[in-house]
Design a protein around this ligand. Structure first.
Ligand SMILES: Cc1ncc(COP(=O)(O)O)c(C=O)c1O
Length: 377
């Protein structure tokens, strides 16, 4: 059987990983400033995380959601404390798309409505309603296109005021648009959006799948705006590579039996991984590190005239080379052995582990400067 060929692949096979580094079979070492697509929050194969998984494997790794699982309760309590949402409820699933799908479904259950408001250049995943709320027609199949979704430009307050009414079930918005090129919703925009949603009885869903889990220096990016959404979705950094996602649900929303469900969501291994992630985020003060390293890196990148713009918060950064961004990204990978991400059309995205060190970022800046000198020579 062949693989279903949907990914353009780099000719690189990592076989080992530790902290911010990957190694291939020949022993070549790569600096990972892409974090496996924003997933590596506490560092590849962190010893606390690896030991938690090993210990859990020695106990029990899976049973269905028909029995009591105290690890789920422990995770909900810890996540509530660390994130600043102790009074919220947690539904566990396996991925970002699933988290958004469940959040949209909940909003529809609660309001009895089905219209969704989303934003241009948004990415919310590939399941049915999540992909319908994603602004990329190439990945929306006719089946998904049946959902009632309207898209507004991000930060367009007049358009929002003119559009949002009580016929909508939910507004879904990323804490910072990732795939869209590291685009920040303005604090004032989020504040007005939150107030309008409350006034119209529309649920506000904050997709923090990429921007959450401490990446911006706060647990959630929307916390910079001081708002409190009804539903918050998480995945990526939550398990540091072990698949897990979740929906944080306002205490105003009442569950009923069978309303949501999943076979794998909240399994023992996923909970053990997620608990280890929260422990390390706290003990190693990784949110503080994300803030400090992010500020330092932003200032360094801003000083280089070859970048037209540097956007982002903490360790969720995007910058735009004035010329040939693809070239720079390929050269960083193949000549300097540094992984970065991209966003169409011209953005280079940095989503490193929240534990990335100044020495590692210095190494990156030296590589960027070397490439710039070569390009201008
Ligand atoms: C903001 C955002 N939401 C949702 C998703 C989908 O997550 P997953 O690929 O885990 O389904 C992504 C993935 O890139 C994302 O960046």
């Amino acid at each position: 059987m062949d693989l279903f060929n949907v990914y353009p692949l780099f000719p690189i096979q990592p076989i080992k990983a530790e902290g911010s580094w990957l190694w291939d079979a020949a022993g070549k070492k790569y600096l990972d400033l892409y974090g496996g697509h924003a997933v590596i929050s506490i560092g590849h194969n962190h010893p606390v995380w690896a030991e938690a998984l090993r210990a859990q494997l020695g106990q029990i790794s899976f049973y269905s959601n028909s029995v009591q699982n105290p690890l789920q309760e422990k995770l909900a309590a810890r996540l509530g404390e660390v994130s600043g949402y102790p009074d919220f409820q947690l539904f566990l699933c396996n991925s970002g798309a699933e988290a958004n799908e469940n959040a949209l479904k909940l909003a529809s259950f609660v309001t009895g409505r089905s219209k969704i408001l989303a934003f241009k250049d948004a990415f919310h995943g590939r399941t049915s309603a999540a992909v319908a709320a994603t602004d990329n027609p190439k990945i929306v199949a006719p089946l998904n296109a049946g959902h009632q979704v309207s898209f507004l430009p991000l930060n367009d307050l007049p358009a929002l005021e003119a559009t949002l009414d009580d016929s909508y079930a939910a507004v879904i918005i990323e804490g910072i648009q990732g795939v869209g090129g590291i685009r920040l919703p303005e604090d004032a925009f989020l504040q007005r959006l939150s107030a309008l949603c409350k006034a119209k009885g529309v649920l506000l869903i904050l997709d923090e799948v990429q921007s959450g889990y401490g990446r911006t220096g706060r647990f959630f990016a929307h916390q910079y705006a001081g708002i409190r959404p009804d539903l918050i979705t998480v995945a990526k950094g939550m398990g540091n590579g072990f698949p897990i996602g979740g929906v944080l649900i306002s205490p105003d929303i009442q569950p009923r039996m069978g309303m949501l469900g999943t076979t794998f969501g909240g399994n023992y291994l996923a909970c053990a991984a997620a608990l280890a992630v929260l422990e390390v985020i706290e003990t190693e003060k990784l949110m503080q590190n994300a803030l400090e390293q992010g500020q330092w890196l932003t200032e360094k990148l801003q000083k280089l005239a070859v970048f037209s713009e540097v956007r982002g918060r903490g360790l969720m950064l995007g910058f735009e080379p004035v010329t040939a961004p693809q070239d720079l990204r390929q050269k960083l990978l193949h000549e300097q052995h540094i992984f970065t991400g991209e966003a169409k059309p011209n953005t280079i995205r940095l989503l490193p582990s929240l534990a990335v060190s100044r020495t590692e970022l210095d190494y990156f800046m030296a590589a960027v400067q070397q490439q710039i000198q070569l390009q201008s020579a």
